[in-house]
Design a protein around this ligand. Structure first.
Ligand code: TRP
Length: 472
């Protein structure tokens, strides 16, 4: 371990890295975003495309990011500067930082919902049988027997939205202040396995629903007639988002790895865990829904699960545990997003870690406010920004622009960097440092980086340009 590395911090063990990286990857992207994007994009066919994108492109980009990070021991901008001094490749790094800021701003809002749902399930608000929505203003109490209306009332309460956003960002800042090993690694190791158990339990209970079979059919049977260019745009974006790729998060996590670590296998585990958890989240939601969701907005999972919890014996307890775990899964992801921005500010601007965390964290919380208000809090915002003609809100717009398009662009930049500037030979050698067998994957990896990923991302960008889909 060189001196620079020990000052920056390193993972305690290989398991530690896999758990922390899986903690970054596994989050609301799997449990909130995947089911709702699947619902919007026709079910099984989308799932199939998503899996293909993950295996053929996501894994290749994962290795690329980890390799760049470990080779340079730097955060995104510094990494590109180190491998390509004086060139414009550093723009890929800058774009990543910007993307991370954008993602975290609205991600924090949804993460706040998990805390809100945790509190409201604990205090019984989700269980009450009062048929009207009742908003006892700033006090933490909302009532409704109907999960749909509860969600509506909740997101329309702008005070609560801002409160939970700020609270969640605050907690994230505290963890990131703790540093790499103590803060991030310790948290993930314990809680991820617990989340897995909980998912299994909920899948089993969902499968006992009368509508389960038709839900499974929608989710698993690829109806290729439903595939459009947009299905592919969303599938690729979802693959990158869910794997935390395209903005330098995995690059940064790779920079805390040691040369002797097996980057190839660790990367594969992260991809595997993340994909399995996403597919499980779908198995949990669609049997409950019994088919295509009627309105598949960002509220989908919250509404569907609340239905399910209400129907269960001891539903309150289950709900509390579930939302607590979801909040923690979200936290390990927000932590990784803030960690990237922080390490960028420390490495490039020479800020103290503390100063960086405080500045970045509060700026991002402020940036999240439009998203926090956009689902009903401030009607005008919701109506001005429509996306794809679906009348979605600002949060969706952010989710699409930063969490889909810009991630894809960043992933493209990363692939092209490896192929055109760094050199495949060097990159393979970096991965193979802890995994000699990787030498044999040189051709397929090169093909994915030089051909598959660029074609897919350029196809995505061209498609959006031509159809004007991004402009709504
Ligand atoms: N992958 C996380 C999720 O699925 C979100 C996330 C964390 C992320 N860090 C990221 C997404 C970096 C893109 C880039 O919830």
């Amino acid at each position: 371990m060189d001196i620079a590395a020990s000052e920056r911090g390193q993972w305690g063990s290989r398991v530690g890295f896999v758990m922390a990286a899986a903690g970054s990857a596994i989050g609301l992207g799997n449990i909130w975003r995947f089911p709702y994007v699947t619902g919007q994009n026709g079910g099984g066919a989308f799932v199939l495309l998503y899996i293909l994108c993950t295996v053929l492109i996501g894994l290749a980009v994962m290795w690329a990011e980890l390799a760049i990070g470990r080779a340079t021991q730097r955060s995104p901008v510094g990494a590109f500067k180190a491998l390509a001094p004086g060139s414009i490749w550093k723009m890929v790094g800058y774009m990543g930082i910007l993307t991370g800021v954008g993602i975290l701003s609205y991600y924090g809002v949804v993460a706040g919902w998990t805390v809100g749902y945790l509190i409201f399930s604990a205090n019984g608000s989700l269980e009450t049988v009062i048929p009207t929505v009742h908003m006892t203003d700033p006090a933490l109490h909302l009532e409704s027997s109907h999960p749909d209306r509860f969600f509506g009332a909740f997101v329309a309460n702008w005070r609560l939205q801002v409160l939970f956003l700020v609270a969640f960002m605050g907690i994230t800042m505290v963890v990131v202040l703790g540093g790499v090993r103590k803060g991030i690694e310790r948290l993930t190791k314990i809680l991820m396995p617990l989340l897995l158990l909980m998912l299994i339990g909920l899948i089993v209970s969902g499968l006992m629903q009368p509508k389960a079979a038709s839900g499974l059919r929608f989710y698993l049977w690829p109806d290729l007639g439903k595939v459009t260019g947009m299905t592919f745009v969303y599938a690729l974006g979802q693959a990158f988002f869910s794997l935390s790729l395209g903005m330098g998060a995995m690059l940064t996590y790779g920079s805390y790895m040691r040369k002797e670590d097996n980057l190839a296998t660790s990367g594969m585990y992260v991809v595997l865990f993340d994909t399995v958890i996403a597919l499980m989240a779908g198995l949990m939601i669609f049997p409950i829904l019994g088919g295509a969701p009627k309105s598949a907005g960002p509220g989908l999972v919250f509404v569907a699960l609340t239905h399910q919890f209400q129907a269960m014996p001891a539903g309150t307890v289950v709900a509390v545990i579930f939302f607590a775990l979801l909040a923690i899964a979200a936290l390990t992801s927000t932590v990784s997003l803030l960690e990237v921005v922080t390490s960028f500010m420390v490495d490039e601007w020479g800020l103290s870690r503390r100063g960086a965390v405080l500045t970045a964290g509060s700026a991002i919380a402020l940036l999240g406010i439009p998203s926090a208000l956009s689902l009903g809090g401030v009607e005008s915002l919701t109506h001005i920004y429509t996306l794809g003609g679906k009348g979605q809100g600002f949060l969706d717009l952010m989710n699409f622009t930063f969490g889909n398009v810009l991630l894809a662009a960043g992933a493209l930049g990363t692939c092209l960097f490896v192929v055109l500037r760094w050199g495949l030979r060097e990159a393979v050698a970096e991965v193979a440092a802890g995994a000699p067998w990787f030498e044999r994957l040189r051709k397929p990896w090169g093909f994915a980086l030089a051909v598959l990923c660029p074609m897919a991302v350029l196809g995505l960008l061209l498609y959006m340009l031509i159809t004007g889909k991004a402009l709504g």
